[in-house]
Design a protein around this ligand. Structure first.
Ligand code: DX5
Ligand code: ZN
Length: 231
């Protein structure tokens, strides 16, 4: 089986969120941005943890046939433990669960056992202290820059203090950890997020809702590079 790895930890990554793509033509949407895509961000909503429903393992399995990218699956679910195995079997490479769900240690262990890259997400109002105890056990920290549930919301700049703090702790401790932001990321906010220390940028509307998604992804990457302290 083809092994798809996440690439160098800490490198700049643009991860288009397919939530903003045309669900009737997902394969085309994914292929269209392939050249400028590092990862593919898959937003999974269960209608319980967030007030919206999106997609699940069958769609991941179908998309797997059209893409060799790292599938970064963001599980906005109250009971991710019931579905992690199905996502792994469908072709997810990394899964991210929310710290708000609880029993984080068990979920991290389950993801490891399944061979998934391990992500932990926190909503905008979660303090850094909520995720801090787990930083040594995960591969990716996702700090939400909107309250999850819908695409197209406005970036919350107040989350940047938490991103800065996370970057400091990651660097000081020498942790091999990606720092991802998700929500309202576009050419204006991407450099703000990378300047604060984020290295994985999720963008839905700023890529797939544009007339030319590939060009939009290129512009987003350039904007993000401008914000990086040094590369
Ligand atoms: C929010 C999702 C995001 C969202 C981002 O619930 O987790 O990934 O799709 O969409 P934009 O980039 O449009 O804010
Ligand atoms: Zn997401």
């Amino acid at each position: 089986m083809l092994t798809i790895d996440a690439g160098t930890t800490g490198a700049l990554r643009v991860a288009p969120s397919i939530l903003a793509a045309d669900f009737g033509a997902l394969a085309n949407a994914v292929r269209e941005v392939d050249a400028e895509t590092d990862w593919l961000h898959v937003d999974v909503m269960d209608g319980h943890f967030v007030p919206n429903v999106s997609i699940g393992p069958p769609v991941v399995q179908s998309l797997r046939r059209y893409s060799t990218k790292f599938f970064d699956c963001h599980l906005m679910m109250s009971e991710p433990e019931r579905y992690l195995e199905a996502f792994a079997k469908a072709g997810a490479n990394g899964c991210t669960v929310h710290v708000e769900v609880g029993h984080t240690k068990e979920l991290i262990g389950q993801m490891r056992d399944l061979g998934l890259r391990v992500g932990l997400a926190a909503n905008p109002d979660a303090p850094f202290e909520a995720v801090e105890p787990f930083l040594g056990d995960i591969d990716l920290l996702l700090l939400m820059t909107v309250f999850p549930g819908f695409g197209g919301q406005s970036f919350m700049p107040e989350v940047m203090a938490k991103v800065e703090r996370a970057r400091q702790v990651i660097d000081n401790a020498g942790l091999a950890l990606d720092l991802e932001v998700d929500g309202g990321i576009d050419e204006k906010t991407a450099p703000v997020a990378t300047a604060a220390g984020a290295n994985v940028l999720v963008a839905g509307s700023a890529i797939f809702a544009r007339a030319d998604p590939l060009e939009a992804a290129t512009l987003l990457r350039r904007a993000a590079e401008r914000g990086r302290p040094c590369d």
